[in-house]
Design a protein around this ligand. Structure first.
Ligand code: ZN
Length: 313
């Protein structure tokens, strides 16, 4: 754990503190209470977190910066709770599968027998319909969850565990993973080493630059808050090319849709360059138009008004 570090994405020393939180209150849900207690017991007795924004690449992160070892300790301490509270299939799985199958078919350009890795893929829910289409599916995840079906191959709990890979992958998913890791650039670089020269990496994160960092409930789950600008910067720092990036309200694992950034990267340049939205644009309280007010009016209206009138700092 380190304080006052340079930007974890681009290494710039130019950053501003944009929020400060103290995680000491109780009475929220059980998992939030547990994480807040773990944070105070192991990382900061006062439960304090600053939120910083890089003035160069627009990346937003929590400080003190948790190291990969800190996060491994957290996963060790929370995994029993998470495993025991798993409640079967997440809601809206058919919609999510329809989206990832269509995207995969487009990225695999009619390839058959493709090798697909889901990094952070948990039970492998997104792989089964692709295996039905003749592809093979692999998962790397910190917990070896019971798999959706026995055709999914579990390769281990992290990239450092180094599964011996006999051949690279045609397509790699990393969905809702990079907002949790200490060094997102290194993770993308390591995933790229597992990718074929013409393969594609599909990465998806919450649009954390919009409000989330200002209304953080606990300090141990999300430590990175991306905009399209800073997410594209991660890919560029990892030596990869952005083929597609956009921000969409879609289903993840919750009942309601959430704002996500979807990005496709590869080892070769795209036919046409893409233009990510900036952190400055996406940080605006009303950057999402009316969509959040249709999805969860009370929650978002309260936060948007609070953010606009008093600010989070
Ligand atoms: Zn930066």
């Amino acid at each position: 754990m380190k304080a006052n570090i340079s930007c974890p994405v681009c290494s710039s020393d130019e950053s501003a503190q944009i929020a400060h939180h103290v995680f000491s209150s109780e009475g929220k849900n059980e998992r939030t209470n547990l994480l807040n207690k773990l944070y105070r017991d192991h990382f900061s007795p006062a439960g304090e977190v600053a939120v910083k924004e890089c003035e160069n690449c627009g990346f937003i992160w929590t400080d003190p910066r948790l190291s990969q070892e800190d996060l491994k300790l957290k996963y060790r301490l929370i995994s029993d709770f998470d495993l025991s509270s798993r409640k079967g299939r997440p809601p809206h799985l058919p919609e999510r599968r329809a989206r990832t199958v269509a995207l995969s078919q487009q990225l695999l350009t009619n390839k058959t027998n493709a090798r697909i890795l889901d990094y952070g893929g948990a039970e492998g829910y997104l792989l089964s319909p692709l295996i039905d289409r003749g592809h093979s599916g692999y998962v790397i995840d910190y917990i070896d969850y019971p798999k959706e079906d026995d055709r999914i191959t579990y390769l281990g709990n992290d990239l450092q565990a180094g599964p011996v890979l006999e051949e690279p992958f045609d397509l790699i998913f990393a969905l809702h993973t990079l907002e949790h890791v200490s060094d997102p650039v290194s993770v993308l670089k390591e995933l790229a080493t597992l990718l074929r020269p013409d393969g594609k990496l599909y990465v998806e994160v919450p649009l954390g630059a919009w409000l989330e960092w200002a209304f953080l409930r606990e300090p141990l789950t999300h430590i990175n808050f991306f905009s399209e600008q800073s997410f594209a910067a991660v890919a560029q720092e990892a030596g990869l090319h952005v083929h597609h990036i956009d921000s969409v309200w879609q289903y993840v694992t919750h009942l309601r849709k959430t704002a996500c950034i979807n990005m496709v990267v590869g080892k070769t340049p795209p036919a046409a360059s893409v233009s990510p939205l900036t952190t400055r644009q996406q940080k605006q309280a009303f950057s999402q138009g009316l969509t959040p007010l249709m999805i969860h009016p009370r929650f978002y209206l309260k936060n948007m008004v609070k953010y606009t009138t008093s600010g989070p700092v």
